[in-house]
Design a binder for this molecule. Structure first.
Ligand code: UT7
Length: 319
């Protein structure tokens, strides 16, 4: 077996919707400003009694059903999250217990908005090396609990959700290539700086972001990583059937599509109704386009993301 293939996808968005009109009543902003600068008009927020594992479980069960396998068939579970339910055990272990899986490898990975791209790459390597045959890979976030709802620079951007894929070992591609990067020199540009010590949260527990700098950095590194992955696979832009980008800002998505000379009809866009769901954004977008029939078997997909760290990366998939 030399490849891993996506055999099922799932997505879950909490019921509660927060619109730009709702935000107008909370901070000094306007529907027009948010739409023009971000492309977002609404986002979903987790209910008070929901945790990240709940969101992950909903997405996971849909992905398992689509893959037509049982949770007991899994030998690897990776959850990408920045908003775990506990400091430990990992959300992947909490989810494993919910799914009734015993003994399979399970761990979280933390790469903020690039988390799913990192997790997918890691799972692909487990499968390629024979260390796993069936993997559940999830991005799940409740960012709304780390957002300062009085800070208009950040609170308009984020939403909650979870997306999942099931990967299986296969002779046929499959995931073609994965490229991951990070540069911790930018650690303060997008961060939640707080630490936990002596039983308390020390420091600021809210998202801090230098929006404009993050924007410019995101456009730059996404342009470079999509070029890099195509060059490494000796493909040109015309080979891409679908760009499935991280959903942070429609203007960042437009810039990447332009760099790839892709018409927007070939780009999966969910940011208007999802907002930025961090690690959940790429698998949620993938699931939407698989379920509505846009993404078809055999097509070439380019997934990419950038997030705090900074971290960034891309995955090329023959679906
Ligand atoms: O997954 C990675 C995570 N994050 C991102 O990718 C976010 C990347 N950054 C962005 O998406 C954009 O930088 C933002 C949407 C956050 C901001 O857009 P911008 O075009 O970069 O605006 P700006 O930060 O340069 O601010 C322009 C003006 C400022 O006013 P002054 O100083 O020109 O008077 C802000 O105070 O807009 C003001 N502003 C707002 N006005 C109304 C900032 N936030 C708001 C707001 N409503 N919510």
């Amino acid at each position: 077996m030399s490849y891993s293939r996506i055999i099922g996808t799932g997505g879950y968005l909490p019921e509660k919707i927060l619109t730009n009109a709702d935000l107008e009543a909370m901070v000094d902003t306007s529907d027009q400003w948010i739409l023009e600068r971000t492309g977002i008009h609404s986002r979903h927020l987790a209910a008070e009694d929901q945790d990240t594992c709940d969101l992950a479980e909903n997405a996971a069960r849909l992905a398992l059903a689509a893959a037509e396998i049982e949770a007991s068939d899994l030998d690897l579970i990776i959850v990408a999250t920045t908003t775990p339910d506990r400091i430990f055990p990992s959300t992947a272990c909490l989810l494993q217990a919910r799914l009734g899986v015993h003994g399979a490898t399970a761990f979280d990975i933390q790469a903020v908005c690039s988390g799913f791209i990192y997790a997918l790459s890691i799972a692909d390597k487990f499968i390629k090396t024979g260390a796993a045959r069936r993997a559940l890979v999830i991005g799940a976030e409740i960012f709304s609990r780390m957002v300062n709802w009085t800070d208009r620079n950040t609170c308009i951007l984020f939403g909650d959700g979870a997306g999942a894929v099931v990967l299986e070992a296969s002779d046929e591609p499959g995931i073609l290539s994965t490229h991951l990067h990070a540069d911790g020199a930018y650690k303060d540009m997008l961060t939640v700086p707080a630490t936990v010590a002596d039983g308390r949260l020390n420091g600021d527990g809210f998202v801090k972001m230098q929006g404009n700098e993050v924007f410019k950095f995101a456009v730059k590194v996404l342009n470079s990583v999509v070029k890099e992955i195509l060059a490494d696979n000796q493909l040109d832009e015309s080979a891409i059937d679908w760009l499935v980008p991280h959903q942070a800002n429609i203007r960042i998505i437009n810039a990447t599509a332009k760099k790839l000379k892709l018409p927007m009809e070939k780009v999966v866009v969910t940011v208007p109704t999802h907002g930025n769901t961090s690690a959940a954004s790429v698998p949620l977008a993938l699931d939407v386009a698989v379920r509505d029939g846009r993404i078809q078997r055999g097509q070439i997909l380019l997934l990419e993301a950038v997030g705090g760290g900074f971290t960034w990366g891309a995955v090329l998939v023959k679906y």
